[in-house]
Design a protein around this ligand. Structure first.
Ligand SMILES: *[C@@H]1O[C@H](CO)[C@@H](O)[C@H](O)[C@H]1NC(C)=O
Ligand SMILES: *[C@@H]1O[C@H](CO)[C@@H](O)[C@H](O)[C@H]1NC(C)=O
Ligand SMILES: *[C@@H]1O[C@H](CO)[C@@H](O)[C@H](O)[C@H]1NC(C)=O
Ligand SMILES: *[C@@H]1O[C@H](CO)[C@@H](O)[C@H](O)[C@H]1NC(C)=O
Length: 335
């Protein structure tokens, strides 16, 4: 009889152990299962701030309907992180601080939006329901790709609203006003990872992280084409796809004029602007990982400040050069 009971009870006890473990794991998962992230973001997206795109663009616009745009996620928004360096560069550049009043920061998540409102006047929340953009996105993860494409589609909308823009990644330091360096006749003007010395040569390797786009039929049509091309090149980000489609005859049909911007003025870690007397912007491209990026961006800022504090005779001697790359690795990107 007792043996019979034991035979019955042992498996029950055994199962009980697993049952308890199961209950415990469910309890520990509760915060995730009933995560407030999505509903939180939903409420947030209904927030009145969300509907303010037109007002924000209008307020930040120059007289000729031109604005400066950048995007921000949580990982880049912490104090001392990328966005602070970005804003800081405008303040230390040559006649760039006044450009800040034309800058709109597009926030991808709540934390980035909050931080934006603390440090800047024009913030806009581009919230998406299903993807969490708040973590650092490693190059070419699915989340990173989605973020890049979302951004491109948003830029098309801005063009449709009649605004021309300079789009700049936040990991680009602005040291001089770029407007005088643009071509009068380019619809899309784009910085390069590698510049071959001729603004119309399609062998230039474009970097979509910095571009000046005029709002017109050609550019709007091109942005639609560019966005739809993601389906033909799954797994690639917008910048790669730009380098594929730049050869497409459809661009001729649209009548879009593309100009590639020289790395003499619009440089980066891939190909630094050699002369600090000429540099406009410096991009932490050819760099993987937030910590490496921050490290090298800080060096770039230090170099710029050192340059700015030099007497004019030393500045013009042209002897001063960048100390980057240090932690950013060119070899990782094979460029
Ligand atoms: C728009 O205005 C800015 C600021 O005055 C100027 O630098 C820029 O060249 C203008 N753009 C065009 C296309 O006229
Ligand atoms: C620049 O490149 C374009 C297109 O490849 C070519 O037609 C033009 O002759 C080049 N200009 C110079 C100055 O080499
Ligand atoms: C753009 O295209 C529309 C319709 O095709 C036309 O009415 C309009 O004039 C065009 N605008 C410009 C600036 O070319
Ligand atoms: C940057 O590189 C140096 C030397 O290789 C290393 O000591 C340091 O930890 C690196 N810093 C970061 C933030 O990666």
């Amino acid at each position: 009889m007792s043996t019979f009971l034991l035979i019955l009870i042992i498996p029950v006890l055994f199962r009980l152990k697993y049952f308890i473990l199961w209950v415990m794991s469910v309890i520990s998962l509760m915060p995730f299962l009933f995560s407030t992230t999505s509903s939180d973001e939903m409420c947030f997206s209904l927030d009145s701030e969300y509907l303010k795109l037109e007002q924000v663009l209008q307020a930040a616009s120059m007289d000729n309907k031109t604005i400066i745009l950048t995007t921000l996620n949580a990982a880049w928004s912490s104090p001392g992180s990328v966005i602070d360096l970005f804003i800081d560069s405008f303040r230390h550049g040559v006649r760039t601080s006044s450009l800040l009043k034309h800058l709109v920061i597009i926030a991808f998540d709540r934390k980035a939006y909050r931080r934006c409102t603390e440090i800047h006047t024009y913030c806009y929340a581009l919230v998406t329901g299903n993807v969490d953009f708040s973590q650092e996105k490693r190059f070419l993860t699915a989340g990173y790709l989605e973020m890049m494409w979302k951004r491109l589609d948003f830029l098309r909308l801005v063009l449709e609203k009649g605004y021309s823009f300079i789009f700049s990644d936040a990991d680009i330091m602005w040291f001089r006003n770029p407007f005088p360096y643009f071509y009068p006749d380019g619809d899309l003007q784009v910085a390069c990872d590698h510049y071959v010395g001729n603004a119309t040569d399609l062998r230039n390797i474009a970097n979509g992280g910095f571009n000046y786009v005029k709002s017109n039929n050609q550019s709007i049509e091109f942005y639609k084409f560019w966005y739809s091309s993601r389906l033909r090149y799954p797994g690639y980000h917008d910048q790669d796809v730009l380098n594929f489609i730049k050869h497409d005859p459809y661009i001729m049909d649209i009548g879009l004029t593309i100009k590639f911007l020289s790395t003499t003025y619009f440089g980066g870690i891939c190909e630094p602007s050699k002369d600090l007397n000429e540099v406009c912007t410096m991009h932490a491209n050819c760099c993987i990982g937030l910590q490496s990026k921050l490290h090298d961006l800080r060096i770039i800022m230090e170099d710029w400040r050192d340059y700015m504090s030099m007497p004019p005779s030393l500045k013009t001697s042209g002897a001063f050069s960048w100390r980057v790359p240090q932690n950013c690795s060119l070899s990782l990107l094979n460029q």
